[in-house]
Design a protein around this ligand. Structure first.
Ligand code: PLP
Length: 436
């Protein structure tokens, strides 16, 4: 449903309605004009405070304007550090590379090279797909139903949603989609299918350069790939000399209760894409982590003017040093994740017949089993009550609970209670409509 935003002073349609492209989306679901944000709260121009269970679609894992990062940014700006740097060597970039190695890669035994791409997630996926194709000399890629990898042409080919592909199918490079091991249609033996496609020379599917997946599908409805599936997929890829690419753009940077979403399976992908929360402050930044043997780029072969957003490097370094130098932050995430799991089980899934799933602080409330109450209606009602929570899933049947990882326990509980209140109200309205 389109909601017309009216200027509160004049009562006329806002400049967003009159001047901004029809392609805008979040502003339709959350029709306020926002002026300030701090931590887990957003503030509208009329002073309304909203608890944030959206986190910039996974970009604000450390909340809005976190002080430890803000202070570093202010100091860097005051000192006239470079802001734009193409892919020049800079002190800000060196600090980031060292912090990533020290706090993330080395402790996990990972020896990746780091490629800086244009600063959107989709460009990191483009780069990963390109280098996998160049390294193997193959074109096809295996991706999964329910997967979301971006909307530029190369990544859109791997994104499964008909909504984004509609009308563009013929322009998209070769990708074969297979069902994910879990989805609204139930569990599926994806590995058996993949084995048949790879091991039957007459399967009709060209040997792929890579398998690309999210280990927890975000936009597709928060479906979690089982650990044995991930481990066997790694083995299958090794056996067939196929690269394994994990798109950790949404599920990475601590969201699932570990820095990388694949850590729980003990696997090492050949390529990893990161964006969204990697900069720590919502500043645009995207990288591809590449096993050295696949770093076969020629200089500048994948380039972009904004690969060197120095403020993003400064923020990213501060985030890594502040949150990832020890395990304290991870322990906090896991404690809050347990609180959410327990709350959903006690207060929502049992009383309302909804189902919950997810991992860490990436949780889904699936309303498929709740008659007459849509996720969009719940999201709207929550917004009226001061909670920002988005919908996802194949038919927008899922509410995605994605608070900042730094969310206070008070606001986490308040947000979850708002969700219950919205459900109670909508359910009561439905019952009274049926009775009338
Ligand atoms: N990959 C995943 C898993 C995502 O969730 C997204 C965005 O939601 C993207 C890629 C695309 O990132 P961007 O919107 O920055 O292009």
């Amino acid at each position: 449903m389109t909601t017309l935003t009216l200027d509160s002073a004049t009562g006329r349609p806002t400049v967003f309605e009159t001047d901004e492209s029809a392609v805008r989306s979040y502003s339709r679901a959350f029709p306020a004009v926002f002026t300030h944000a701090k931590g887990d709260l957003l503030v509208g121009e009329d002073g309304t405070r909203y608890i944030d269970f959206l986190s910039g679609a996974g970009t604000l894992n450390y909340g809005h304007n976190p002080d430890p990062i803000k202070d570093e940014l202010i100091d860097y700006l005051r000192a006239d550090g470079l802001v734009h740097g193409l892919d020049l060597s800079t002190s800000a970039k060196a600090d980031f590379l060292e912090a990533l190695r020290t706090h993330v890669l080395e402790p996990r035994g990972l020896g990746y090279k780091v490629q800086f791409t244009s600063p959107s997630g989709t460009n990191a996926v483009e780069a990963a797909l390109k280098v996998a194709r160049l390294a193997t000399g193959r074109t096809n890629v295996i991706a999964f139903g329910g997967g979301f990898h971006g909307v530029s042409t190369g990544s859109l080919a791997a994104t499964s949603s008909g909504y984004y592909r509609d009308g563009l199918e013929a322009t998209l490079p070769q990708v074969t989609h297979i069902p994910y091991p879990d989805s609204p249609l139930g569990e599926f033996d994806s590995l058996d299918l993949l084995r048949r496609l790879l091991e039957d020379p007459s399967s009709g599917v060209d040997k792929p350069a890579a398998v690309l997946l999210e280990t927890v599908q975000g936009e597709g409805g928060v479906w979690v790939a089982p650990v044995p599936f991930l481990q066997e997929l790694r083995e299958l890829c090794d056996r067939h000399d196929i690269l394994l690419i994990v798109d950790d753009i949404q599920a990475g940077c601590g969201r699932t209760g570990a820095f990388f979403s694949f850590e729980r399976a003990g696997i090492v992908p050949d390529l990893v894409t990161l964006s969204k929360s990697i900069s720590g402050y919502g500043l645009p930044m995207a990288i591809v982590l590449i096993k050295p043997e696949y770093d076969i780029w020629r200089p500048g072969q994948h380039n972009g003017t904004f690969r060197g957003h120095q403020l993003a490097f400064v923020a990213a370094t501060a985030a890594l040093r502040h949150y990832w130098a020890d395990d304290a932050f991870l322990r906090q995430i896991r404690t809050k994740a347990d609180l959410v799991t327990d709350f959903l089980e006690r207060r929502i899934t049992q009383p309302f017949g909804a189902s919950a799933r997810g991992i860490g602080l990436m949780r889904a409330l699936d309303l498929t089993g709740v008659p007459g109450v849509t996720a969009a209606a719940v999201s709207r009602r929550c917004f009226e009550k001061g909670l920002i929570i988005e919908t996802c899933g194949r038919r927008d049947e899922v509410l995605k609970i994605l608070p900042p990882l730094t969310v206070s326990q008070v606001n986490l509980s308040a947000g979850l209670n708002t969700l219950v209140d919205a459900l109670v109200e909508l359910n009561a309205e439905r019952v009274s409509e049926v009775a009338a």
